[in-house]
Design a protein around this ligand. Structure first.
Ligand SMILES: [Zn+2]
Length: 179
């Protein structure tokens, strides 16, 4: 279990030339775009980044994330814990043209400066990796209760409701009897 926070930025060229690996933890609140997709602030995100240079001299970053966070179940709308794991190899480029010239198996990471924003990089992975809809396991889901509550009115058909005129009609004879 990691405990050190992930550094915010790193010189990508130097890291790749040295074959650096770096890891650390983040909290959902530190990644606001990702937090907006979650149901609560609780959770922990572990990130592992391995920098290298390939035979063509390209700078590569293998980004692996492992997040335990709280999302909303789209069936019962209750919060639910979930685990999100992602892993991709990104090729660092400094222009759209370089990005277009990459071989297909590499995903471009377009940087504008030498320093890479590591938090942003990890956040992009999490935002793209999170399924748009999350659901409890059937046995854990509160959907059943919601279904029963919704079905209840249908079990009392309208004809069985007391008619106010019937009630009046029943009262009249009894009133007479009491006179
Ligand atoms: Zn549910």
């Amino acid at each position: 279990m990691l405990t050190e926070p992930l550094p915010t930025t790193l010189d990508i060229r130097k890291a790749a030339a040295r074959g650096v690996s770096i890891s650390g933890v983040l909290k959902p609140l530190e990644l606001q775009r990702f937090r907006a997709l979650l149901a609560a602030d609780d959770g922990v995100i572990e990130a592992f980044l391995a920098f290298s240079k390939d035979d063509e001299g390209r700078f590569l970053i293998e980004v692996t994330t492992d997040a335990q966070v709280i999302v909303t179940c789209q069936r019962c709308l209750d919060p639910m814990p979930t685990r999100l794991q992602t892993s991709h190899v990104l090729a660092v480029v400094w222009s759209d043209e370089q990005a277009r010239n990459l071989p297909r198996h590499l995903e471009p990471l377009i940087l504008e400066e030498e320093a890479g924003e590591l938090w942003e990089l990890v956040e992009d992975e999490l935002v793209l990796g999170l399924p748009p809809y999350n659901y409890h396991e059937r046995k854990d889901c509160n959907e059943v209760l919601v279904d029963l509550a919704a079905a209840e009115p249908e079990m009392a058909p309208e004809e069985e409701r007391p008619n106010p005129f019937d009630v009046l009609a029943q009262l009249k004879p009894s009133e007479k009897n009491q006179e």
